[in-house]
Design a binder for this molecule. Structure first.
Ligand code: NAD
Length: 512
C-alpha cells in the first residue's frame, strides 16, 4: 500500500497532514504486524553501503545508522578510514561526533574494501567528490572509477544511488558503464538522490530535510529508497528518545518527492544555482545601496519579509564559496550550453560573486592607503561559519591577495586553521593566532572574513585596545555601524555607509 499520489507523472509523498495521521498510524501498525516487528524500528532496516566519507558520505552514513539502518562506509583514503575506525572524526560538524560514538562498530563500520561492502549491501550510495573540471563541467572521474569497482563486485540485485551532485544524464551514464562492465540489467537499478545538506548544520539538515528527492525509473528501486527514508517520512524517528532535534520548531515528517532521474539531477543543480543567484542579487544591490547612502541590512529585511521571497540567502557579504555553489553554478551553466539553452544568467551570478571579493580588497586598500608592510588581523578562514571547510573560501582568496600586495596577516578561525595551513603555510608574513584578540594585537586593521557567531559576540572594547589602529573592515556585516562608532572604530562594511573616527573623517576615494 502506497501513501503517495501522482500528478503529471510526479509522485508526491506529503508531510503527513493532520487528517491523514490516523490512517498513516493504522498503516504502520498493519505493516509492523505483518512483518512481525517487535522492536522499535526494525521493519525498514536496509543494509547500506556509502562510498565516500567526506562531508556528505560521512554525515549520510552516521544519519542512516541513527535512523536504524546498517551501514558500511567506504573510503579509499586509508588514513581517513583508520582515523574513523579508531574513533576520530575527520570533519567539524555539530552532532557528528555523538552519532559516530553511538553507532561506530555496531550500526556503522568503516573500511577501504569496496567490493565486500557492496556485496553485503542492498543499497549503494555514491558520495565521492565531483569537482569542477577545466571547461566548467563537473569532473566525474571519481564517480566513474567507483562505478567500475561496483560493477566488479555486483553478485546480486543492488540499487545504486547517486548522492554526489552530478549533471543531468549521469544516471544514464552510470547505467551504461555498468552494462559495459558486463552487469546484467536485472541486477541493478540506478537512482538519483541528491543531497541538500549544508556544512555546519549537515546532521540536522539530513535528519530534518525540507525534502527528499528520489529520481527513479521504476517502482522497485523507488520503494527501496522509500524504505530507507521511512523513519523520516513516517515521522517515527522524531518520536524516538535521543533523536537529533530540529534547530528550531517541532519536528515534522519529511516530504519525499519521486521524479524522473533527469528531473532529480536538475533539481539539485537548479536549487544551488538559485541560492547562488539570491546571494549575488543581494550583493549587487548592496553595491548600489552603498553608492546611494542606503542600508543593505534594512533593504534585505524589507525584501525578505515578502513571503514570496523569504529572508534566507539575502546576506550581503563577500559572496559565496565552498565546494558546492561555485562548481555547481559552473557545471549547470555548462550543461545548459551543451544543450544549446541560454542560461547566461548564471554567468552574471558568477561575475558578481567574483567582483565582490575585488570590491572588498579595494575597501581594505582604501581604508589603509597602502598595503605593503601593513599588519592585518584576519578573522575567519572557512568559506562560512560553523565549518572547517576552506574549499574556494573567499577568506583564503582575499588573504592571498593581501599577502601578494605586501601585507602581513595574522589569522584566526575557530575550526579551519589546520586546513588553512595546508594552503597558507605559516611564514614570516602569515601567522596564526589562538584567539581573535591575539590576532588583533598591534594590527593596523582587523578584517572579518567569515560569519562565525563567535566573531559577532566579540568584546569590542577589548578588541579596540588590542588593535594598533581601531579599524575594522567587515566583509560579513556582523556589527551595527552605530555600535562600532560608539566604540571608537573606523568601520567599513558591505552595502552600508562607512563610519569614521571623529578625528579622521572620511578619506577621499582612491583611484581603483
Ligand atoms: P569530500 O571531498 O569531502 O569527500 C569525498 C570522499 O570520497 C573523500 O573522502 C574521498 O577520499 C572519497 N573517495 C574519492 N574517490 C573514492 C573511491 N574511488 N573510493 C572510495 N572513496 C573515494 O566531498 P563532499 O563535500 O562530501 O561532496 C561529495 C559530493 O556531494 C559532491 O558531489 C558534492 O558536490 C556533493 N554535495 C556536497 C555538499 C557539501 O556541503 N559538501 C552538499 C551537498 C552535496
Amino acid at each position: 500500500m502506497s501513501m503517495s499520489w501522482s500528478l503529471a507523472g510526479i509522485v508526491f509523498e506529503p508531510r503527513v497532514p493532520r487528517q491523514r495521521q490516523q490512517v498513516t498510524q493504522l498503516y504502520k501498525s498493519a505493516v509492523a504486524m505483518r512483518q512481525g516487528r517487535t522492536g522499535e524500528h526494525m521493519s525498514t532496516q536496509v543494509s547500506i553501503c556509502v562510498i565516500g566519507s567526506g562531508y556528505v558520505g560521512l554525515v549520510a552514513a552516521a544519519c542512516f545508522a541513527d535512523i536504524g539502518h546498517k551501514v558500511i562506509c567506504v573510503d579509499n583514503d586509508e588514513a581517513r578510514v583508520k582515523q574513523l575506525c579508531e574513533g576520530g572524526v575527520p570533519i567539524f560538524e555539530e552532532h557528528l561526533p555523538e552519532l559516530l560514538a553511538k553507532h561506530r562498530g555496531s550500526r556503522v563500520v568503516f573500511t577501504t574494501q569496496l567490493a565486500e561492502a557492496v556485496e553485503q549491501s542492498e543499497a549503494v550510495f555514491i558520495a565521492v567528490g565531483t569537482p569542477q573540471g577545466d571547461s566548467g563541467a563537473a569532473d566525474l572521474s571519481y564517480v566513474e572509477a567507483v562505478v567500475a569497482e561496483i560493477a566488479r563486485a555486483i553478485k546480486s540485485y543492488k540499487v545504486i544511488v547517486e548522492k554526489s551532485t552530478v549533471p543531468v544524464y549521469t544516471n544514464d551514464w552510470i547505467r551504461r558503464v555498468l552494462h559495459r562492465h558486463g552487469v546484467a540489467a536485472e541486477q541493478f537499478d540506478v537512482v538519483s538522490n541528491p543531497e541538500f545538506l549544508r556544512e555546519g548544520t549537515a546532521v540536522v539538515d539530513f535528519l530534518h530535510p525540507d525534502r527528499i528527492v528520489v529520481g527513479a525509473s521504476n517502482e522497485r528501486s523507488a520503494e527501496i529508497l522509500r524504505r530507507i527514508y521511512e523513519p523520516l517520512t513516517g515521522g517515527d524517528y522524531y518520536a524516538r528518545p535521543g533523536a537529533v532535534p530540529r534547530t528550531s520548531g517541532n519536528a515534522r515528517a519529511a516530504t519525499l518527492l519521486v521524479t524522473s532521474t533527469q528531473s532529480a539531477e536538475i533539481i539539485k543543480h537548479a536549487s544551488n544555482a538559485f541560492l547562488a543567484m539570491k546571494i549575488s542579487f543581494i550583493n549587487a544591490v548592496a553595491n548600489l545601496a552603498e553608492a546611494v547612502d542606503a542600508d543593505i541590512e534594512d533593504i534585505a529585511a524589507g525584501i525578505g519579509l515578502d513571503s514570496r521571497i523569504g529572508p534566507k540567502f539575502l546576506r550581503a557579504g563577500l559572496g559565496y564559496g565552498g565546494s558546492c555553489f561555485p562548481k555547481d553554478v559552473a557545471a549547470f551553466h555548462w550543461v545548459a550550453q551543451e544543450r544549446g539553452v541560454n542560461l547566461q544568467l548564471l554567468e552574471e551570478v558568477r561575475k558578481i560573486n567574483d567582483t565582490q571579493r575585488e570590491v572588498f580588497f579595494n575597501k581594505v586598500r582604501s581604508a589603509l592607503w597602502t598595503l605593503r608592510g601593513k599588519r592585518l588581523a584576519a578573522l575567519g578562514l572557512a568559506f562560512k561559519g560553523d565549518t572547517d571547510d576552506i574549499r574556494d573560501s573567499p577568506a583564503i582568496a582575499i588573504i592571498k591577495q593581501l599577502l601578494q600586495a605586501g601585507a602581513t596577516v595574522t589569522a584566526y578561525d575557530p575550526a579551519a586553521m589546520e586546513r588553512a595551513k595546508e594552503v597558507l603555510p605559516p611564514a614570516a608574513n602569515m601567522k596564526y593566532a589562538d584567539d581573535p584578540y591575539h590576532a588583533a594585537k598591534d594590527a593596523d586593521a582587523l578584517l572579518i572574513l567569515t560569519d562565525w557567531k563567535e566573531f559577532a559576540a566579540i568584546d569590542l572594547a577589548r578588541l579596540n585596545r588590542a588593535l594598533r589602529f581601531p579599524i575594522v573592515i567587515d566583509g560579513r556585516n556582523l556589527y551595527k555601524p552605530q555600535e562600532m562608532q560608539s566604540h571608537g572604530f573606523t568601520y567599513v562594511s558591505v552595502g552600508r555607509q562607512a563610519s569614521y573616527q571623529a578625528q579622521e573623517g572620511k578619506p577621499r576615494k582612491l583611484p581603483v
